[in-house]
Ligand binder design. Structure first.
Ligand SMILES: [Zn+2]
Length: 132
């Protein structure tokens, strides 16, 4: 169950951000996760609620946006939806190259946004999400 480790990491970042913003409550956490990531949304949600108990993120909604798996052809640059379980999708529809592609999307895993309450109005944190 690697979801536990992932949710732990997400919560660490969320609480760190919330603290640096002076937030009194985290309202929502938006995650972007590619379909190639073998995680279960319901499990992520349940674990988040469990691990966040007693923290400022206790009542936060976990909103997960899933990104489809697409491939980019090494030959012609064409992009198409790929299904690892369906061999017929391993061929570039544009030029017919077989299995000559790299993953274009589907491996994403990041926090796209954190909504908080009680944050300081303006605070610039380099290379990090801004408080709003
Ligand atoms: Zn191609």
């Amino acid at each position: 169950m690697h979801e536990m480790a992932l949710v732990h990491d997400v919560l660490d970042v969320v609480l760190d951000q919330a603290e640096s913003c002076g937030a009194t409550e985290v309202k929502a956490v938006y995650l972007t996760i590619g379909f190639a990531r073998d995680v279960m949304d319901e499990l992520m949600d349940g674990l988040f609620k469990y691990l966040a108990r007693g923290t400022v993120a206790e009542h936060a909604d976990l909103v997960i946006r899933r990104v489809p798996i697409t491939a980019r052809c090494n030959g012609c640059g064409g992009v198409w939806h790929v299904n690892f379980l369906d061999e017929s999708t391993w061929t570039c529809p544009a030029c017919g190259a077989v299995r000559d592609y790299r993953l274009n999307s589907g491996m994403e895993f990041y926090i796209s946004r954190i909504e908080v309450a009680g944050a300081a109005p303006v605070r610039h944190v380099k290379e990090r999400a801004t408080c709003a």
